[in-house]
Write a protein that binds this ligand. Structure first.
Ligand SMILES: C[S@@+](CC[C@H](N)C(=O)[O-])C[C@H]1O[C@@H](n2cnc3c(N)ncnc32)[C@H](O)[C@@H]1O
Ligand code: FES
Length: 453
């Protein structure tokens, strides 16, 4: 059976530094070009592209094999892709200049490469050298730091459509020598291209990291750079049992708060429709959005029902940011902001829905129990509490992002953490909620829902 006319297996294998592989020879650009060309020619239903591991001709990559014929193409550059698509996939004529025809020689090449790789693995193992993936994890912070620094300096915007290191350095007021080192490292990581002395953005960095692009994610990503400094204190925090350089957000500067709320908004704006759909707006006329941040969830709920009025409760320095988003959405008549302290204040009464999104991880178990009791008091009979957070499985070792986020809270808060579904359920029952259940959503966070009986 063959559901496609052609099935292309294209290697994107990345091997350790210095060992020939398709990734090091530019397979990412070839794959991107192939996908785009196949889509542009309207061939997506006829040509299936599947990424695969090493095909064995690693020194001659990027390699791909086309079935049903079993044609092996090697050294395929982005500029070759159009010819392959036109000639092979449209006209059925193989592009001979890129094909490996000698099956016996190819088999010998694959066997020889496999033997070399196995011998290298055995030698490493015998010498007791750290496995590559462990090494990569140990040094992972270097690449992360390079990218964060480039974002902090807005280097991708300065590179724009093409610039030398000296031009970039002048634009962003940095040292020319150091800037070239930074741009070279970004190019080595595949985040810039270098031709002669000119650096250019890749399609991805131009889209997500440059000013003026509609998908520029930089304002939200600066928050990750901001919390880098806290993560550097992790060892001391583990020793001390809590954050060692604590600063509540109200004491942090305006720029910090803006970056933090922008980061939250980016995630919230994407997730809000999913949450609204899972929760529903039937019989919801009053929503309380506890620690509502940018108001993205209140806005999404208000958009889903004209009868719905929402209150965004947050710290005074955050409310102007929320108000801007509310005004921009044209919902000032139905979404209001209220300054308050979610750790201590009474939350009001008579709400049909109380949303506590990305809040519980800031708090200790005792603080969460107290907050959930006040949420219960704030609800009308039959009203619902919806908690959204990174929720751990019962042994707390999965999902990985939730286990790591517990440490993010350790380094940044007095007593925050991530919690398991069982812990949430126990607190909710203790606060008086009924029909408590977890709703798993696609993506990183899920919901806990309970009803005030
Ligand atoms: C992680 S953000 C979540 C924002 C929003 N709920 C969301 O899911 O996108 C936490 C929010 O809680 C607010 N917050 C922190 N401490 C607070 C307090 N004591 N009282 C009220 N709001 C607080 C922060 O300003 C921020 O907007
Ligand atoms: S890494 Fe692609 S063929 Fe070996």
């Amino acid at each position: 059976m063959e559901p496609f006319r052609y099935h292309v297996f294209i290697c994107d294998q990345k091997k350790p530094e210095g060992i020939p592989c398709c990734a090091a020879r530019g397979s990412a650009m070839t794959i991107d070009a192939l996908r785009k060309e196949v889509a542009a020619r309207g061939l997506m239903d006829e040509v299936q592209i599947t990424l695969c591991g090493s095909l064995g001709a690693c020194e001659r990559g990027p390699n791909l094999v086309v079935y049903p014929e079993g044609v092996w193409y090697s050294g395929v550059r982005p500029e070759d892709v159009r010819e392959i698509v036109e000639s092979h996939f449209v006209q059925g004529r193989v592009v001979e200049r890129l094909v490996t025809r000698d099956a016996a020689a190819l088999r010998a090449e694959i066997q020889s490469n496999r033997a070399k790789m196995l011998a290298a693995q055995r030698a490493k193992d015998a010498a007791g050298i750290l496995p590559d993936d462990l090494n990569q994890t140990l040094r992972g912070y270097q690449e992360s730091r390079v990218l964060l620094t480039a974002l902090e300096l807005d280097a991708f915007t300065a590179v724009g459509g093409g610039a030398t290191a000296a031009e970039v350095a002048q634009k962003i007021s940095t040292g020319a020598r150091a800037t070239e080192m930074l741009l070279n490292a970004l190019a080595a990581m595949g985040l810039l291209a270098r031709e002669g002395g000119v650096f250019r953005n890749t399609p991805t960095t131009a889209r997500y990291f440059t000013e003026g692009s509609k998908d520029n994610a930089r304002p939200g990503l600066i928050h990750i750079a901001n919390i880098w400094h806290r993560w550097a204190t992790l060892t001391d925090c583990v020793r001390a049992g809590t954050a060692v350089s604590r600063q509540e957000s109200v004491e942090r500067g305006e720029a910090w708060t803006r970056a933090f709320i922008a980061a939250m908004h980016r995630i919230a704006a994407e997730r809000a429709p999913l949450v609204v759909e899972a929760v529903g707006v039937e019989r919801v006329e009053r929503l309380l959005d506890v620690g509502g941040g940018s108001a993205a969830y209140s806005i999404a709920f208000a958009r889903a029902s004209e009868k719905l009025h929402a209150t965004v409760l947050d710290l005074p320095n955050v409310l102007p940011i929320a108000q801007d988003h509310i005004n921009e959405a044209g919902l000032a008549a139905r979404v209001e902001t209220r300054a308050g302290d979610l750790r201590h204040d009474r939350l009001g009464v008579g709400f049909n829905l109380v949303l506590v999104s990305a809040i519980c991880h800031m708090l200790s178990p005792e603080e969460n129990q107290d907050l959930l009791r006040r949420c219960w008091e704030g609800l009308a009979p039959e009203g619902r509490l919806v908690i959204q957070d990174f929720i751990l499985e019962s042994d707390k070792t999965a999902p990985k992002h939730a286990a790591l986020f517990a440490l993010n809270m350790l380094v940044g808060t007095e007593a925050g953490s991530t919690y398991s579904g069982e812990e949430y359920a126990a607190w909710m029952h203790e606060a008086g909620f009924q029909e408590v259940r977890q709703i798993r959503l696609p993506g990183l966070s899920s919901l806990m829902v309970g009803v005030r009986g």
